[in-house]
Design a protein around this ligand. Sequence first.
Ligand SMILES: Cc1ncc(COP(=O)(O)O)c(C=O)c1O
Length: 382
Amino acid sequence: MVSEEVRNKVQWMLDPDITYLNHGSFGARPVSVFEAQIDLKRQFERSPIQFLDREGKERVAEARATVAAFLGCSGEQLGFVENATTAIGCVLQSLDLPARAEIVSTSHVYNGVRQLLRAFTKKNGSTYREIDIQTPLHTSDEIVAKVIAGFSNHTKVLVLDHVASITSIVFPVKEIIAECRKRNITILIDGAHAPGMLELDIDDLAPDWYVGNLHKWVCGPPGAGFLWVNRDYLKTTHPLTVSHFFEQGFTEEFDWQGTRDITSILGAAVAIEWGTTIGWDAIRKHNHALVVCMQQRLIDTWGVLPMSSLDGSLIGSMATVPLPHGYPTDEEQLKNLRSKIYQEHKVEVPLLLWQGSPVVRVSAQLYTNVEFISTLISALSG
Ligand SMILES: Cc1ncc(COP(=O)(O)O)c(C=O)c1O
């Protein structure tokens, strides 16, 4: 666990007047990480050619080594992209699918990814389907069984969230990858929320593709997403935008996709080092224990049914809780309520729809404390 003394020492860029319960969306940056990126931006501005042309490659290679060690994988298989969505786009573009192939995900899929999969399959002549996995969920085995039961003879690719955005459920990806292998189904893990929230060893998981963000739970600058590919796909996976280094190697191609701000990538490595000085394991444990406590407070206050076991065994650092009866069941009205509690109470939290009912998703990070929940409850009842 992280001591109060250590937590108090970390300064965040966030406005301290905001009750910020939405780390999950865009993360938040410690001041030291933000300042380090600004310093890198200054270095670029002082001598752009030196920074990007002559030193850029080596700087990115160093950052890649730090990120790869953190993710438990080899740097040769790791490409930097803007975000998780772009990484999935690169994978889809590289697929060579047989006729009548089916791509499946689950009903927990992030909506942006859902639309990307719809658009891709529409154009490509394959089909897209979601396996319905209703909550509440109690065990990992139950989730594995439900995913497997949803495969058809045509299923060729599974796109699976590691941590689901709306429901906060952590999917048992290792077991599901093993089941996919037995069935010759290739598997892309969408780990947008996983780095920093869960201990990762991508080599050990060994999916076909793993995508993620370093701006959420690693607390790096926005614009640092990554794509990891199994060695089988190193030669056939290309960035969405091909530039000078086409067919000169996976990392060569991904390192140069036209001029871009590499300080996000370099800043992600700084963020990893920041977490290492505190201890990533301690951060994860702290955030998990805190969110389990926050979830319990909401459940006790509202008398609603939890989405997964209250012991927290199926969640990481976020928890999604159904809102009690009487809240809007319409997206637009929920959006308005969300803006209202931000404007009137300075509470930032996502209010979402799940299985047609309104839910709230709370995130725990070192700057959060359990009292934020009292502020949330009173803002929502006001
Ligand atoms: C599960 C999941 N996948 C993908 C994304 C997309 O991430 P980005 O907008 O950084 O591409 C998100 C964003 O929150 C997400 O939660």
